[in-house]
Ligand binder design. Structure first.
Ligand SMILES: [Zn+2]
Ligand SMILES: [Zn+2]
Length: 211
């Protein structure tokens, strides 16, 4: 069984392939063709961006589940553009979406500008999708043991020693490929990918994951 993971919305305007719209935010589509399952992880900053990029990607607006990582506008803004049988928001325990192969993680106790910011991730086989990582990354790595990480790691403009701390944490926990994007920052994403393996995420990046 295989999952196809596509970054549908991301910040990198300059790297975006027209006519995809690049905007500050994140949305990732996970499809498992053999199970006819479609899950959306985060929805980008607005309805029109998500609608446009779904149309360009040839995807409809219907999903089995939408998982929202955390309640920031650049992750929730497009929610109105999709129809979902189930919406999993931050708060509470993990939610199994496909026999343990696709799981919305438990809610981690994140923090943003001194305020609590609960946040979930989405596990797809060996891959962890991360919204903004306002929580301690090591907690997720210890509990879910992913080998690949894709998404926002909130490192834009951070000093080298902080990047090195994240690199060490990833390597120490057995992560071998990263696809940083969104709030990771462009030079920071390249640095992480060079040190750990993988490549910076861009739109519309496609990744095939064995489940
Ligand atoms: Zn964000
Ligand atoms: Zn955020």
């Amino acid at each position: 069984m295989e999952a196809v993971v596509r970054i549908l919305v991301d910040n990198r305007v300059g790297m975006v392939r027209d006519p995809y719209l690049g905007r500050h935010g994140l949305a990732v589509v996970v499809e498992v063709p053999s199970e006819d399952l479609r899950v959306l992880f985060d929805t980008g900053p607005s309805k029109d961006v998500l609608e446009n990029n779904l149309r360009v990607a040839g995807l409809g607006r219907g999903f089995d589940a939408v998982v929202i990582s955390h309640e920031h506008w650049d992750h929730t803004g497009g929610l109105g553009a999709v129809e979902a049988e189930r919406v999993v928001k931050p708060g509470g325990d993990e939610v199994d979406l496909l026999d343990g192969a696709i799981v919305a993680t438990r809610t981690f106790e994140g923090e943003y500008e001194g305020e609590p910011m609960p946040e979930r991730s989405l596990i797809v086989g060996d891959l962890a999708l991360i919204g903004c990582c306002h929580f301690r990354l090591e907690e997720l790595l210890e509990e879910y043991e992913p080998r690949m990480v894709l998404g926002g790691l909130h490192l834009m403009g951070r000093p080298r020693r902080e990047l090195d701390r994240v690199v060490e944490a990833l390597l120490d926990h057995g992560v071998r490929r990263v696809f940083p994007c969104h709030c990771t920052g462009i030079p920071e994403s390249s640095y992480l990918a060079n040190r750990v393996g993988g490549e910076p995420g861009y739109v519309p990046m496609e990744l095939r994951v064995e489940l």
